[in-house]
Design a protein around this ligand. Sequence first.
Ligand SMILES: C[S@@+](CC[C@H](N)C(=O)[O-])C[C@H]1O[C@@H](n2cnc3c(N)ncnc32)[C@H](O)[C@@H]1O
Length: 288
Amino acid sequence: MSTARLVPADDDHLSHADFGKIATLIGQEVGIRLPPTKRMMVEGRLRRRLRALDLPSFDAYCDYVFRRGGLDQELVYLINVVTTNKTDFFREAEHFELMQSTLVPNLLRARSGERRPLLKVWSAASSTGAEAYTIAMVLAEMARHQDNFKYAILGTDVSTDVLAQGTRGVYPAEQIAPVPQDMQSRYLMWSRQSGSRAEVRIVPELRRLVRFQRLNLMDSAYPYDRDVDIIFLRNVLIYFDKADQAAVIGRLVSHLRPGGYLLLGHSESMIGTTIPVRQVAPAVFQRL
Ligand SMILES: C[S@@+](CC[C@H](N)C(=O)[O-])C[C@H]1O[C@@H](n2cnc3c(N)ncnc32)[C@H](O)[C@@H]1O
């Protein structure tokens, strides 16, 4: 007799009480607010995780998570499940135009006494790396015409799944449509295995310049340099409450060099008044 595989039945659901426990935990750990309206979304995303663990029900999953020591193993996966990782190459493209036309020239002018200064750029909620590699492509284009600077890019995120994709630098071909054609030819390699969908990979010359690491923005301190030139913090603050938004912005600004820039998502232009920055463009702030 074959043994039936344990999987949650379609009519098994995440109870309001268990959703509440998960929402509280996620709020405390990563700052993401999960209002009751998100219960079905979390249930849908968790269903696959239950199958992977061979657990028969949401009750069983919550017993597993909230038993003594359960979070040591499961928290990372739970965070991967609840984070929303939507991103794009050249998302909110005006920021990349501004980076090229104004921000980088200003930063280089301020350091004209240095021979080939190193520009440090940080994508602080990098998701799969589309933002970090967009930055890399724009800087590589600039460096083709002016060899007077070097650059290094850091991508951080709390989700290990997206960081793994960023490190590989492999993307479904349909995602690279926003990348201008000439940059596609210079910075992307095509692979098409028969039977599978077409994929592209970022060229090794750019992958070498981009490093990905796990960082929870809710941590009270970040173990990174304090002379970063540009920080992208886009489309993540929307998930946090006001106090956490202000704390994250304050910590990140303290990692910028004076004159460095912080870029938020266009729907996130609110910023606490006590932070020492001035606004220079929509959602773009310069450290004083
Ligand atoms: C919607 S994506 C935005 C990606 C990219 N910045 C963009 O604008 O296209 C938000 C990312 O923030 C990450 N995130 C959420 N909470 C976080 C936290 N506490 N620390 C670090 N990253 C977090 C998520 O994992 C997700 O990949």
